[in-house]
Design a protein around this ligand. Structure first.
Ligand code: DX5
Ligand code: ZN
Length: 219
């Protein structure tokens, strides 16, 4: 079983001190999660490509870019070209997921598929062989600081079973409300990559918070 990936979300960080906030979790975290929102796919606006390009020069930690945007077919490749390690786009927004995943991989990134809270996984199972990461939202995408929804754990379990049955080696990532009191349930359900915004950046010591989450996710 692969060791857990902990990916702090900078959506909960101080945007005026982004590089410092990333440096605070370097060495403790595996990836940094970058939430890109366009005020269209979700009713919230965050950061985009120019910030990712600048931040890329300030740290060497892998970027896990989560695109909550319309028309990822057009915009996602730019993030791969900017040096993102993993570029995740939403199934609900993508015109041609197989083509986009291939483009992302050709640009040197991992490809990720995200499934929002109210989206069933079944219509997308056939896409799994084309992606490296499957992101199952454990809240409705759009805002940090929401409460973890345990009813999504059934979806995580079902997806884990399908991944195993298909013999695939893809990361199963959960995002939304992941904290010390929820990460164990998510790990138990089969997740092996964990996004945590508030739980890391609202803590007095973000690196310590990451280490604590990792210990809880290890099984
Ligand atoms: C929300 C984002 C999440 C968010 C998680 O749509 O995709 O990555 O930052 O924040 P927390 O961990 O506070 O729920
Ligand atoms: Zn996210």
């Amino acid at each position: 079983e692969p060791s857990p990936i902990i990916a702090p979300s900078i959506l909960a960080a101080d945007f005026a001190r982004l590089a410092e906030e990333v440096h605070a979790i370097e060495g403790a975290a595996d990836w940094v999660h970058v939430d890109v929102m366009d005020n269209h796919f979700v009713p919230n606006l965050s950061i985009g490509l120019p910030v990712v390009q600048s931040l890329r020069k300030a740290t060497s930690i892998p970027f896990d870019v989560h695109l909550m945007i319309t028309d990822p077919d057009r915009w996602a490749p730019g993030y791969a070209e900017a040096g993102a390690h993993n570029v995740t786009f939403h199934a609900e927004a993508c015109e041609d997921p197989v083509a986009l995943a291939k483009t992302l991989r050709a640009a040197g990134a991992k490809a990720g598929l995200a499934i929002d809270r109210d989206t069933p996984i079944e219509p997308y199972l056939e896409l799994l062989p084309y992606v490296d990461t499957l992101l199952v939202m454990t809240i409705k995408a759009g805002f940090g600081g929401q409460k973890f929804m345990p009813e999504l754990l059934d979806k995580v379990r079902a997806v884990r079973r399908r991944i195993s049955a298909m013999g695939l080696e893809i990361r199963l990532e959960v995002d939304g409300g992941i904290a010390a009191d929820t990460i164990e349930q998510a790990a138990e359900a089969g997740a092996d990559a964990f996004v945590a915004g508030t739980a890391v950046y609202a803590a007095d010591d973000p690196a310590e918070a990451v280490r604590k989450l990792r210990a809880l996710a290890q099984r």
